[in-house]
Ligand binder design. Structure first.
Ligand SMILES: *[C@@H]1O[C@H](CO)[C@@H](O)[C@H](O)[C@H]1NC(C)=O
Ligand SMILES: *[C@@H]1O[C@H](CO)[C@@H](O)[C@H](O)[C@H]1NC(C)=O
Ligand SMILES: *[C@@H]1O[C@H](CO)[C@@H](O)[C@H](O)[C@H]1NC(C)=O
Ligand SMILES: *[C@@H]1O[C@H](CO)[C@@H](O)[C@H](O)[C@H]1NC(C)=O
Length: 447
């Protein structure tokens, strides 16, 4: 909790090697005089302070820093890049408002943290020895320079929230030690390579324009714990293979996530997917998935959040979903699930909006299931023979309970074709009414 300004006599400490005065309440200005005789300074940490820096642009420091920490210093101007280029271990100037075109800047550190500034231009030139790059939340443009594919020690790349574009095939496959890649919120496009680096643990390609299918090899990366491919244009189906992402199967210490939402993924959910029992967050919403929820879901004991909404899934909700004791978020809405929500379980504790938009789903917290299923089935099969079925089934879905009550009286009419048409017309009128009532209720609920 030191405060006040720094005396100029600091500049006389000729033997000073390490100056760490960050995270106090110092203020005032800092200029060349504060460093005038610090020949031996190697490590400078001024992070999280409120100094005003007034360095002469012509100033050439006498020292050669190895590490510089200026993060959270509220700096707004472009600073001495030549000086930065000389720092060979670590530069952290993240969380400032520094602007400037980085296209011709050369940085030579192992660790580079420039996130949350206003940098523009293409990505800076980096040294081949670099191993950690965080350039996120800036306004960089252009594509990832080809030279990066030779940075063989690079294990962390975050380019999140810039205006970058281009293909990333080689970056994802050539960097043998790459563990974390975050390209979220850029304009990258093309396919995801099928020979991704074996060391990858965190892959975030969210909110880009990637297309093609999800390479099965992704699910063979044994260290993968976080895979986020949401909001792209991926198509095809979820790979039907034996999943071998070891740490999603048996590593209880990491926060595992799998998010494939908002793509164009179709086909069934492979039951193998639910062997990833360490996954805590699973989001497959806003795709075109079909089929039923595999019963193997009951094995995902660590699941805390499951979003399957806005797909074309159908069938009953498996009983054993009720055994997912950590589940605190569930969304099955906007599918075609049917039957009764397993009763006497925590599945009842979710809000109606977790189940909305599944006209044939019933039971607490939705409307009561009024009739036996086999009656409904009989009626639907009866109707299926007829081309008028589609419209009716739409309405039917809006109020199965009513339909069943009504139909069990007139059910026998279904056998006689010419009666059936009259019956439909009658049904139609009644359902128009019911539909309106239903929609009113539905809208009230959402209002
Ligand atoms: C990955 O595959 C692509 C094309 O399939 C190929 O060009 C590239 O050399 C491969 N990378 C590695 C590291 O094998
Ligand atoms: C799942 O993904 C969709 C689309 O990306 C998003 O709107 C939704 O909030 C996500 N669900 C959860 C629980 O985060
Ligand atoms: C979605 O994928 C299907 C093939 O699975 C393709 O025919 C269709 O054009 C894709 N739609 C979009 C919007 O990419
Ligand atoms: C489930 O998703 C639907 C549609 O995306 C959304 O309207 C609803 O609010 C979500 N329910 C919950 C509980 O988040």
């Amino acid at each position: 909790m030191f405060s006040g300004s720094i005396p100029l006599t600091l500049g006389n400490l000729t033997y000073l090697v390490f100056l760490g005065i960050g995270s106090n309440s110092f203020s005032g200005t800092m200029n060349d005089m504060h460093f005038s005789r610090l020949h031996n300074l190697e490590n400078l940490d001024l992070s999280n302070t409120r100094f005003t820096f007034l360095f002469n642009p012509e100033w050439i420091p006498l020292f050669q820093l190895k590490e510089l920490y200026l993060d959270d210093t509220n700096q707004g101007e472009e600073k001495f890049w030549d000086f930065m280029a000389g720092i060979n271990i670590s530069i952290d100037i993240s969380n400032n408002s520094i602007s400037g075109d980085m296209s011709n800047v050369r940085l030579n550190s192992f660790v580079i943290k420039l996130s949350h500034n206003n940098f523009t231009g293409t990505l800076p030139h980096l040294s081949p020895k670099v191993n950690y790059v965080d350039l996120s939340h800036n306004s960089f443009t252009g594509s990832i320079p080809h030279a990066w594919t030779n940075f063989k020690y690079l294990y962390f790349i975050s380019l999140w929230n810039n205006n970058l574009f281009g293909e990333v095939l080689t970056i994802l496959s050539c960097l043998t030690y790459l563990q974390v890649i975050n390209l979220e919120k850029n304009e990258f496009f093309g396919a995801i390579p099928n020979n991704m680096s074996k060391s990858l643990q965190v892959v975030i390609l969210r909110s880009n324009k990637f297309e093609g299918s999800i390479p099965p090899q992704l699910f063979l990366l044994s260290d993968l714990i976080h895979l986020d491919l949401a909001h792209n244009k991926l198509s095809g189906s979820i790979p039907q293979i034996t999943y071998n992402t070891t740490r999603m199967i048996a590593d209880a210490y990491s926060t595992n996530l799998l998010d494939l939402s908002a793509n164009n993924i179709s086909g069934k959910i492979p039951s193998e997917l639910f062997r990833l029992i360490e996954v805590q967050t699973l989001n497959l919403s806003y795709n075109h998935l079909t089929g039923t929820i595999p019963k193997t879901i009951g094995g995902m004991k660590n699941l805390e959040s499951l979003d399957l909404s806005n797909n074309k899934l159908f069938g009953e909700i498996p009983e054993n979903m009720a055994t997912l004791s950590f589940l605190s978020y569930l969304n099955l809405s906007c599918n075609n699930f049917s039957g009764q929500i397993p009763t006497g379980t925590q599945l009842q504790s979710f809000n109606i909006s977790s189940y909305d938009g599944n006209p044939e789903l019933c039971g607490d917290p939705l409307k009561k299931c009024s009739m036996e299923k086999n009656v409904v089935n009989t009626i639907q099969h009866g109707m299926n023979e007829d081309s008028e079925f589609d419209e009716e089934s739409l309405y039917l879905g809006m109020g199965v309970g009513f339909a069943v009550g009504f139909c069990s009286v007139f059910g026998s009419l279904l056998i006689f074709r010419k009666w059936r048409h009259k019956y439909y017309r009658l049904l139609n009128r009644m359902y128009d009414q019911l539909y309106v009532t239903y929609m009113l209720k539905f809208n009230n609920f959402h209002a």
